[in-house]
Design a protein around this ligand. Structure first.
Ligand SMILES: *Cc1c(COP(=O)(O)O)cnc(C)c1O
Length: 857
């Protein structure tokens, strides 16, 4: 028989055929590789026009899109005069934007962060912290600031969320193909060899490739350890954001801080101010110290003065448990070589990360940050106060409210988060250059003059787009996944663009209390099933893969959403990311936020809603504590509070139902025959006029300059002048004072008020004199001596009531006499003592050198 069928196994070769863009369209590639398009609707429209289907299919990735164009499509584009004209127009805008010179009057900044949320297609962010950092870079570009940023290019980034039919969250990590992203690899000077940055850990060297993201005029450099040179233990360092164990986290933070500073050095970049976005980046100061000590031969203490004077640390976490701590042994494994290079002992090095230097506390990244940065700040007024409490143990002898820890309230990048329709609206009614004046209430006040129907139509068109998106995008997905097309169809048909639509989207961390709305299901059922006044809720959010509680919550909400009485009224949308966020925060009528106070450090999604005339209903926490205005949104009061969280949750839930039933729903549907409610639109106007201008990223960036950067740069230059003269003087002074401090002796304290029979009773209106005699012995510094009154609060904590300086009235040899004459004016129970601190005109604040001597009266 003849063999009539035979074949060997095929061996396939992978061929990637990328569209070769002809000369006429090269500019598209240039545009695609600068994220400027992310906040320019005109540029996005241009890419969408290339192929609306591919734009959707690639989730708006112009790099993959342009590579997938067929030769016929390319030929057609070149022949299309209106297309080339549009390209010319966008490209001209882009070049004009880039051509504007940087603002050299403001100090330059190096900015380090573990994550950046710039666009959905660059999966190097997980949530709020990253989006904030991404918005910051975009604003730095718009404000023409000289800023360079460093972060990681994660192979797997953060996970994509899918939900099983049972409501279980499934996390998938997809490898990013770096060649398909709007980024560029950085090469050595020859322009061919990929740049390799070598980062010396204690035992071995880790090599990284370097990538660059053009964020308008700003460069963001990303480190990548997933390369052949590295061992299988080191390649995963940059695999996942917040994945892996503590050891991997330490390796990451070492890489970010140490590697980041080494990279800037290799690139020849030096800045006036160094900003760590969260404690993850704190090791940047370890490397900067090494550079001063090894590179310039400075003693450690002098190096520390210089590093501190140019550094700021922003904390985003309101609870100590949220900070990173490393055990001493594992720290030694990776950083054991650093003390030698710094000329200090291991004990001294570890002490920089401990509240009590001589303890066996774990090494805290935030304490290390505080000890190596002159300035520190929280991210809202309330969080600034919470941070002062949290960090009080680092500076013993002071009250939390005395600490230098300040705040800058987070903001959002207006052109990123205002949808295209609103941007057109602002341009039309606020003026072409409205972005220049975006932080002024006067700019936004113009909204008060616009007819209500114009605002409403703008809002409603965006809402309709959101509804369409849910129907098409989620509809397909749900029908595919659920096996129950009938239910899906009824959910989709149930979505009603005329209903009051309330959105809730955030990480499903327990403190965010996504469950709050479901406290009283009967009451909720009545609210959503009122046929005259329909109300619908959209929920979305991811839970960290290790957070079982958060995942349980998602499951619970999904279950409720599938009950007949809630079907189509409460809808859960999976995979909350920047793309969904931008549709959601602009398309709903109300954005709801119900965190446990005071655990929302700032929150920014509600600010994004503000940029779109969407009203906030939120707990008075984070930014809303400052942002809320009567008649411009709704707040859950902070007045009544229970220490029992269950009671507090019940109270807050009741408040939400009350607000909905008595204020929000009636206002929304009070239409008087029109398609909208005048009262509602007026509330939108108030919110845009009085709230929006204060929560833009422009305002936040200006605050960082005004409150921190400008002062830091000036002081840093001052310390550096004349071969670091002032820095050296300060070191000498601190060294002398520290060693002589204990020789300070209290000779006598007299308090004329003590003459009464019962020495600690006083009468208001009586005059008193306090006289303190000191012997400074060998101590040569000037002192500040003050009378401190404090009060014990109900929570058992001491609060500062007043401090009044004593005057130096006599000096003889080493003896000094201080006096204070005053009238007892405040009645009540207090605690009183005298506090002595050393003082020097070059200290930026007391926490910079916090020696304290308390003296009893
Ligand atoms: C803005 C944003 C956040 C942060 O919002 P919060 O108000 O802090 O919860 C989180 N995730 C995504 C995708 C965002 O766009």
């Amino acid at each position: 028989m003849i063999v009539t069928k035979r074949a060997n196994e095929p061996v396939w070769t992978n061929i990637y055929a990328y569209a070769q863009l002809p000369e006429e369209l090269r500019r598209l590639d240039e545009l695609a590789h600068n994220l400027w398009w992310v906040w320019n609707p005109k540029a996005q429209n241009l890419f969408r026009r290339l192929s609306p289907e591919l734009w959707e299919a690639t989730e708006g990735n112009p790099v993959t899109l342009t590579r997938q164009l067929s030769s016929e499509e390319i030929a057609a584009l070149i022949a299309d005069k209106s297309f080339t004209a549009e390209l010319d127009d966008v490209y001209a805008d882009f070049r004009a934007y880039l051509a504007e010179p940087a603002d050299t009057k403001r100090p330059s900044v190096a900015y380090f962060s573990m994550e950046y949320g710039l666009t959905n297609i660059l999966k190097i962010y997980s949530g709020g912290l990253g989006v904030l950092a991404g918005d910051y870079l975009k604003e730095a570009s718009d404000s023409n600031v000289r800023l360079t940023a460093v972060g990681f290019l994660y192979r797997y980034g953060y996970f994509t969320q899918t939900l099983s039919p049972e409501g279980q969250q499934e996390a998938t990590y997809e490898a990013q193909d770096f060649t398909q992203l709007p980024i560029e690899q950085v090469f050595e000077a020859d322009g061919k060899t990929p740049m390799v940055l070598e980062v010396p850990y204690a035992t071995h060297v880790v090599a990284c490739h370097v990538w660059k993201v053009n964020v308008g005029r700003i460069s963001l450099y990303l480190l990548d350890t997933d390369i052949a040179q590295n061992s299988e233990w080191d390649r995963p360092i940059t695999h996942k954001l917040y994945g892996g164990d503590w050891e991997n986290r330490l390796k990451q933070e070492f890489l970010l801080g140490i590697g980041g500073v080494l990279l800037l050095k290799k690139l020849g970049i030096s800045k006036d101010v160094y900003h760590m976005n969260e404690g993850h980046a704190a090791f940047m100061n370890a490397q900067r110290l090494v550079d001063y000590v090894e590179g310039e031969g400075l003693p450690f203490d002098e190096a520390l003065e210089l590093v501190r004077a140019s550094s700021i640390y922003t904390v985003h976490t309101p609870v100590p448990a949220g900070h990173d701590y490393f055990a001493e042994d594992i720290l030694g494994k990776y950083l054991g070589h650093l003390p030698d290079r710094l000329g200090i002992s291991w004990h001294d090095f570890v002490s920089l990360g401990r509240e009590c230097p001589d303890s066996n506390e774990k090494f805290s990244m935030s304490v290390f940050a505080l000890n190596t940065c002159q300035e520190a700040n929280g991210v809202s007024l309330l969080h600034g106060k919470v941070s002062q409490e949290m960090f009080a143990p680092v500076w013993k002898g002071f009250f939390p409210e005395e600490l230098h820890v300040g705040y800058v309230t987070n903001g959002v990048h207006l052109p990123t988060w205002a949808s295209a329709e609103w941007q057109d609206f602002y341009r039309k009614y606020f003026g072409e250059d409205y972005l220049k004046h975006q932080t002024s209430e006067d700019t936004w006040a113009k909204v008060q003059q616009i007819p209500n129907e114009v605002l409403w139509e703008t809002h409603q068109s965006i809402k309709l787009r959101l509804v369409e998106h849910i129907r098409s995008f989620y509809g397909e997905k749900w029908i595919r996944n659920s096996g129950d097309p009938e239910t899906t169809v009824s959910v989709l048909e149930g979505i009603n663009p005329n209903a009051l639509l309330i959105g809730f989207g955030r990480r499903f961390a327990t403190y965010k209390r996504a469950h709050l709305l479901f406290t009283d299901l009967e009451r909720l059922e009545r609210i959503v099933n009122n046929p005259k006044y329909p109300v619908q809720f959209l929920f979305t959010g991811k839970a960290h893969p290790a957070d079982g509680g958060g995942q349980g919550l998602i499951k619970y909400i999904l279950e409720i959403s599938r009950r007949p009485e809630f079907l189509g009224k409460i809808i859960f949308l999976e995979n909350y990311d920047m793309r969904l966020a931008s549709k959601l925060i602009a398309g709903v009528d109300i954005w709801m936020n119900t965190p446990t106070r005071p655990l929302e450090a700032s929150g920014t999604s509600g600010e994004k809603a503000e940029m779109n005339g969407v009203l906030n209903l939120s707990v008075l926490d984070g930014w809303w504590y400052e942002g809320y205005r009567k008649g411009a949104g709704w707040a859950l009061t902070d007045k009544r509070t229970y220490s029992n969280q269950t009671l507090q949750d019940k109270l807050d839930a009741t408040t939400i139902y009350d607000l909905l039933e008595k204020e929000i729903v009636p206002l929304y549907f009070n239409r008087e025959g029109k398609p909208y409610s005048d009262g509602w639109v007026q509330t939108m106007k108030n919110s845009m006029n009085f709230i929006a201008p204060h929560y833009t990223m422009r305002r936040m960036m200006d605050d960082y300059f005004d409150r921190f950067y400008t002062g830091l740069a000036a002081r840093s230059a001052h310390l550096h002048a004349n071969g670091n003269k002032i820095a050296r003087e300060l070191v000498d002074w601190k060294r002398a004072v520290a060693s002589e401090w204990d020789s300070l002796r209290i000779v006598s304290v007299e308090d004329s008020g003590n003459s009464s029979n019962v020495s600690n009773e006083r009468y208001t209106g009586t005059h008193e004199t306090i006289r303190l005699v000191l012997d400074k012995a060998s101590l040569s510094c000037d002192l500040e001596v003050e009378l401190v009154d404090a009060r014990e609060e109900a929570d058992g904590k001491l609060r500062l009531v007043a401090k009044t300086p004593l005057r130096l009235v006599e000096k003889e040899g080493t003896k000094e006499v201080y006096e204070l004459a005053f009238t007892q004016s405040r009645p009540g129970l207090y605690k009183r003592a005298i506090r002595i601190v050393p003082t020097h005109p070059e200290l930026p604040h007391r926490m910079d050198f916090a020696l304290v001597r308390w003296v009893a009266l």
